[in-house]
Design a protein around this ligand. Structure first.
Ligand SMILES: [Zn+2]
Length: 425
């Protein structure tokens, strides 16, 4: 592959569910305009045939009219539906919907669709989040209310890029979204420090599932496999879902990529001060220890706990500002200083899991610029976080190893097939 080349190929195309409907399930949510638009011809009942629902009426007229838009400020279920049904009916639907999804929870900006047949109400559909939708359907004299998964077309795609300056730049050059940068950084967070370790000539290849609806990209699903070449070493990651349904990444030998500590507690711009037992203090004009690492980063950059643990203390001090100390395994403790604010729900005694956001970068206490002062102690003694050699989490269990090896082989083939194509270009 030549330097800076970007190649994408489509892997197999898989639909989330066989489509049985005649007109195709199409939610044409207009993303740019908040104004409702009228779209005729689509039919909103996945899993049903047209005749299941409206054969008698359909014979008279096949015209299903669809009004779609995004919930605007102040819009409610009643303001959306009262053109099509009496308030009493809306009230009944509201009551019935409560255990499924309360209509009072409609959120501004979320897409919805109203389907009409001969101007009478057939269905209301609302996207609760990126995974689920609420569907209210008229069935004779009653209404059926259900929460269903949003159906996406999943396409597996291989993306391969050489890195010139940063991972973010490479992802952008490949025409991909920032979210993919985060996903990759998370996968390799234990092995690669994406600021300190990246060199020109590094490269990555990723097999990622993308969600599409009506041909429109709707975000990333799982990264199935990723190869990351950093300073001549290729790190491989394969997604494996274990018997308990937990998904995590393993190398080709089935060893976990997850280590005891993350390489860094945040995505930072640079290390502004390193760990030292004896540094010359520019203001105090004397030697003083700096038993931590200062990471310069923009205000409100999320700070993550580098390992599982329990919050030992959380308080404000005049020197260290808003700070959290976490107690981990084997006598380790980490501390995070100068936070602008804490993440929601942080309190003494709370259990945290590696990678959880615990707060946001600030400059509270004695700090001149926005940064995180990160400290680590082992058995009460300060240690350099950048020197800790972490131990890995558990490998793929023996009973699941065959399945893992099969999938890892398949993903590797898909990535290799793509590489060959790139070379023959
Ligand atoms: Zn510091």
């Amino acid at each position: 592959m030549t330097a800076g080349s970007i190649v994408k190929t489509f892997g197999q195309w898989t639909a989330s569910r066989p489509k049985k409907i005649v007109f195709g399930f199409s939610i044409l949510f207009i993303l740019l305009s908040a104004a409702p638009v009228v779209d005729t011809g689509s039919f909103p009942f996945p899993g049903k045939t047209v005749s299941d629902i409206i054969t008698p009426v359909l014979m008279a007229s096949p015209q299903i009219k669809t009004i779609s838009g995004k919930i605007r400020k102040g819009e409610t279920a009643s303001s959306l539906l009262n053109d099509y049904m009496p308030l009493k009916t809306i009230y009944d639907i509201d009551k019935k919907a409560r255990p499924v999804f309360p209509l009072t929870k409609l959120r501004r900006g979320q897409p919805y669709k109203i389907s009409l047949l001969e101007d009478s109400f057939v269905a209301f559909e609302y996207e609760i989040d990126t995974n689920d939708r609420l569907l209210i359907r008229r069935e004779a004299d009653s209404y059926d209310i259900s929460k269903l998964p949003i159906e996406y077309e999943i396409r597996q795609e291989v993306i391969s890029v050489d890195i010139r300056s940063s991972l973010a730049e490479a992802v952008k050059r490949a025409g991909e979204r920032t979210r993919l940068t985060w996903k990759l950084a998370d996968i390799f967070a234990w092995d690669i420090d994406f600021i300190r370790d990246i060199r020109p000539g590094d490269a990555f290849e990723v097999l990622v599932e993308k969600r599409y609806k009506d041909g429109k990209f709707c975000g990333y699903a799982d990264v199935k496999a990723a190869f990351f070449t950093n300073r001549g070493i290729t790190y491989k990651a394969f997604l494996h879902e274990n018997g308990q349904g937990r998904k995590s990444y393993f190398n080709e030998k089935g060893q976990s990529l997850e280590k005891a500590f993350l390489k860094a507690p945040l995505n930072y711009s640079r290390i502004s001060s390193s760990f030292s037992n004896n540094r010359f203090h520019p203001i105090l004009k004397k030697y003083r220890a700096h038993p931590g690492v200062d990471y310069a980063a923009p205000r409100n950059t999320p700070i993550k706990t580098v390992a599982d643990g329990i919050i030992k203390s959380i308080y404000y001090s005049k020197t260290t500002g808003r700070q959290i100390t976490i107690r981990h395994f084997s006598g380790y403790e980490t501390a995070y200083f100068h936070m602008n604010k804490y993440a929601k729900g942080m309190k003494k005694g709370k259990k945290v899991t590696q990678g959880d956001v615990i707060g946001y970068v600030g400059k509270t206490g004695l700090a001149t610029g926005y940064h995180l002062c990160f400290r680590m102690r082992k058995n009460g003694k300060p240690v350099n976080p950048l020197d800790q050699s972490p131990t890995a989490a558990k490998p793929v269990v023996r009973e699941e190893m065959d399945q893992f090896a099969f999938l890892a082989g398949k993903y590797t083939q898909m990535i290799r097939a793509h590489q060959k194509l790139a070379q023959s270009d």
